[in-house]
Design a protein around this ligand. Structure first.
Ligand SMILES: [Zn+2]
Length: 198
């Protein structure tokens, strides 16, 4: 029987995405065995996250400064704005170093099933940003899910009123993907997004 303290920690860890009760208990045991070596660094990192991280009021990114490092970076192209569902998507795109503009985090996606409406996301803020002018292109980088695409469609309609070019991430073959392993939806997207050769 584990003590109350251990159960409490395991219960808290089990709420993390990707960790179930079983892996949470294994993580707790791992930490107990390394309470001298690994625990202090983890505690310090958690405290830093709690104290130092803030949400950027411009784009919704999480950073130690507001505005965040991306919004404050003068080398970033202010005319290009990439709209993403969550901060994790922003980080994924930015790790790839391919997009040189700035971002806007919606804070989720429209979902009739989960009751997420346009006013639950930062769509109003996005329209305000675009309305202030100076933006030429908006990249809608929603997930290739039904809800992501519904959100992209809704945004494209709301943004039609502004003099901006609206683009969307292409969907299709993943790098290294073999045709006979792909689901029909991916294949259909790839076929629809086909382009001239050469
Ligand atoms: Zn920002």
């Amino acid at each position: 029987m584990a003590s109350q303290e251990i159960e409490r920690l395991a219960g808290a860890l089990a709420r993390l995405p990707g960790l179930g009760p079983r892996s949470a208990r294994r993580a707790v045991l791992w930490l107990i065995k390394r309470r001298e070596s690994a625990l202090p660094a983890l505690l310090e990192a958690l405290a830093t996250v709690q104290e130092a991280l803030v949400e950027c009021r411009t784009c919704g990114n999480v950073d130690t400064t507001d505005p965040c490092a991306i919004c404050a970076d003068p080398r970033r192209d202010p005319r290009s704005l990439c709209v993403v569902e969550d901060v994790a998507d922003l980080w994924a795109l930015d790790r790839a170093h391919l997009f040189t503009g700035r971002y806007h985090v919606l804070g989720g996606r429209l979902s009739a099933l989960e009751g997420v409406r346009p006013e639950d996301l930062t769509i109003g803020k996005l329209l305000d940003r675009v309305g202030q002018g100076g933006i030429d292109e908006i990249v809608l980088a929603m997930n290739a899910t039904l809800e992501g695409q519904t959100t992209a469609h809704y945004l494209a309609e709301r943004l039609e009123a502004f003099p901006v070019r609206i683009t969307q991430l292409a969907h299709g073959l993943p790098v290294g993907g073999e045709l006979d392993y792909l689901d029909e939806g991916t294949l259909a997207q790839a076929l629809r997004a086909r382009r001239p050769v050469g």
